[in-house]
Ligand binder design. Structure first.
Ligand SMILES: Nc1ncnc2c1ncn2[C@@H]1O[C@H](COP(=O)(O)OP(=O)(O)OP(=O)(O)O)[C@@H](O)[C@H]1O
Ligand SMILES: [Mg+2]
Length: 351
């Protein structure tokens, strides 16, 4: 069984991609939030433009929907360079990558989405390309095989990953700049929503924007999606006026709770507490219990739950915190926290 989660999934699917590209900021100055990343990146880009050189390769890491693809497009726009798009899963063989690399023009930006899913041989080819702007094309097999070096035009690689931890060190080390994208603050999401409302010609009163922002799990993609669902609700049921009551009622209808937890989040916490007494339980066991892939639970639900202080990752497995029991209105078994003293005792109290 898989949960229906089109609304609350941080991944963009189908028609949404068209709407998303319409809402994407095109330049760094329009990009909201991520202050540190924006400042670091603007220095990297501006200095490259001044020196008339390609900037260092850039890696963006962060949860889905935080703006990695948007930022990659902005890198190309700020450099005034063409952009080539591909993704890790599309690079199955070294030849797939060689075909792209050998046709890059000078200064082009190559965006590799989900770079942690690249196949090994392509990855090894990429090391050399990133460092020396050269690839070795291997001709023949066995002892008679020869490597023919092929020069490629200097380019800038922009990689994106939701799982920086899975990148092999030699690849990670070849990026001159790593942008760690974090979840957005409510105030930043309010700005995202104001901007989107303007682009969609919607009248969004500030307090309604705040209500939607609070429930958007720190993620612009989700904020934009909830805005569209609230708009639908307002049009059909409330004469098109997005009052805060209308916004709240719409979000309740779509099962996004007051803290922004969605069905998957609540399913994960619920299983952890109801089936495993609050843990600790291993990731894959927990994933099976909610009918999802371990990767979905780990990449989509957990970072937000951990950030909200609702779930802890311990060496022995996932554990529900006291706040999680309270949030779901459940009573922990008496031994629940005693079993994990490390998590709940004051560390300064000694041993
Ligand atoms: N800083 C931002 N300001 C305004 N809008 C943003 C910002 N970041 C993201 N968005 C909006 O959120 C949507 C999703 O962003 P994007 O596709 O760049 O996320 P992503 O990190 O690449 O996600 P994934 O990991 O799923 O590929 C975009 O359409 C864009 O409109
Ligand atoms: Mg993306």
């Amino acid at each position: 069984m898989s949960l229906e989660r089109d609304l609350v999934s941080p991944d963009a699917e189908g028609d949404e991609q068209a709407i998303e590209s319409a809402l994407r900021p095109k330049r760094l100055a329009e990009f909201i939030g991520q202050g540190r990343v924006r400042e670091q990146l603007s220095l990297v880009l501006e200095s490259a433009v001044r020196r008339e050189r390609s900037p260092d390769h850039v890696l963006m890491s962060g949860a889905p929907g935080l703006g990695k693809t948007t930022l990659a497009m902005i890198v190309a726009a700020e450099l005034g360079a063409p952009l080539r798009l591909t993704s890790g899963p599309a690079l199955e063989r070294a030849g797939d990558l060689a075909a792209i690399l050998s046709t890059l023009s000078e200064g082009e930006v190559l965006f590799v989405d989900e770079i942690h899913r690249m196949a090994r041989p392509a990855e090894e080819m990429l090391y050399l390309a990133m460092e020396d702007f050269r690839v070795d094309i291997v001709v023949g097999k066995g002892p008679g095989a020869t490597a023919i070096p092929l020069e490629i035009a200097p380019f800038t690689l922009v990689g994106a990953t939701t799982r920086a931890g899975l990148l092999p060190a030699p690849l990670r080390d070849r990026f001159g700049f790593v942008a760690h994208m974090d979840f957005y603050e409510v105030a930043e999401l309010e700005q995202v929503l104001r901007r989107s409302a303007r682009l969609l010609s919607l009248d969004l009163p500030p307090e309604s924007g705040t209500e939607i922002a609070r429930r958007s799990r720190g993620t612009p993609r989700i904020a934009n999606r909830l805005l569209r669902r609230v708009r639908d609700f307002a049009e059909v049921r409330a004469g098109g006026v997005i009052t805060v009551e209308v916004a709240s009622a719409a979000l309740d209808l779509y099962e996004v709770d007051g803290e922004g937890l969605d069905r998957l989040d609540r399913a994960v916490l619920g299983a952890l507490m109801r089936k495993f007494g609050g843990g600790p339980v291993g990731l894959s066991t927990l994933a099976v219990a909610v009918g999802e892939e371990p990767e979905t639970v780990e990449v989509v639900a957990e970072p937000f739950l951990v950030r909200q202080g609702l779930l802890a990752r311990t060496p022995r497995g996932r554990v529900a915190t006291a706040a999680a029991w309270a949030h779901l209105g459940l009573t922990p078994p008496p031994a629940a926290f005693g079993a994990h003293p490390v998590l709940f005792e004051d560390p300064s109290a000694g041993t």
